[in-house]
Design a binder for this molecule. Structure first.
Ligand SMILES: [Fe+2]
Ligand SMILES: [Fe+2]
Length: 280
């Protein structure tokens, strides 16, 4: 298999004067494919234009995406009217509304794939708690600290996955990213603020530093697993197709760097590398 084009840290558009991507920054929408084997060509705009392997990969990616969105609604649901403060309840309801919209957005892309796409949507809507693809989405939020750690760590992985699709080669997917990313940013900030308040204010807010730390032990390994296997051929194919900017291990390494600094700032600790991991 050919080596993937090293787009992430040093995007290398093939055409002179092409706009470049800046990590985490705002990007100007562009019509051409910025990386991968078709770099420089026009982006794909319809399912019909895609070669079968690429179409299959987009469907697979969107099914996983939508599954996580719908699952997290089920996980948040019990906290809509039992979060500790009025503001927390309001943000919980915003998060649930956002995740429903993200699920809808992923399903709209699936609809473009005809009967097969619709069949996946029907399956997604029938899934109950415990039936989802990724382990992080089959676990319950037993405590409020779970809500904080999930939104801070698991939603943040979601953001890395979405950023990897920014300005990707499939136009309908690329155009869905800016709004989804701005909504996810609220979820991350909220999660960090829940953990910070637990550490700083303890029972005056709710929970304790120990509870916050316990929730990190529970969710951080599942968050790292979400990036997928380090030697995934699928993730390399996704880069060649211009769909993703990073391999699984590149994205995971960036994430670890970010959350290490963030966790230390909150006065909390990350478990050691490899702790309770299932997907390596
Ligand atoms: Fe989401
Ligand atoms: Fe989210």
């Amino acid at each position: 298999m050919a080596e993937p084009t090293p787009a992430p840290s040093a995007p290398a558009p093939t055409r002179a004067g092409s706009p470049s991507l800046k990590d985490g920054g705002t990007v100007v929408p562009v019509r051409e494919i910025l990386w991968g084997s078709a770099a420089g060509a026009h982006k794909y705009e319809t399912a019909e234009e895609l070669e079968p392997e690429m179409a299959k990969l987009i469907v697979k990616l969107m099914v996983v995406q939508a599954d996580t969105e719908f699952a997290s609604i089920q996980q948040h649901r019990p906290w809509l009217d039992s979060a500790p403060t009025l503001e927390d309840r309001w943000i919980e309801s915003r998060i649930v509304a956002d995740e429903a919209r993200h699920g809808l957005q992923a399903c709209r892309i699936l609809r473009d794939f005809g009967e097969e796409g619709q069949r996946y949507i029907d399956e997604l809507l029938a899934k109950r708690e415990g039936e989802h693809k990724l382990d992080a989405f089959n676990m319950k939020f037993d405590t409020w600290a779970d809500v904080g750690a999930f939104t801070c760590f698991v939603d943040r992985v979601g953001v890395y996955q979405l950023r990897a699709f920014q300005e990707c080669s499939y136009g309908p997917l690329a155009r869905a990213m800016p709004l989804m990313l701005s909504e996810e940013q609220l979820h991350l900030n909220f999660g960090a603020s829940v953990l910070r308040r637990m550490v700083q204010d303890g029972a005056k807010y709710t929970g304790s530093k120990e509870e916050a730390q316990g929730a990190i032990q529970k969710w951080y390994p599942r968050a790292l697993d979400m990036f997928g296997h380090s030697n995934s051929a699928t993730s390399r194919r996704a880069i060649e197709f211009g769909l993703k900017r990073w391999t699984n291990e590149e994205a995971r390494a960036r994430y670890v760097q970010e959350v290490s600094a963030l966790t230390a700032k909150m006065g909390l600790e990350l478990p050691p590398d490899g702790f309770d991991r299932r997907v390596l």
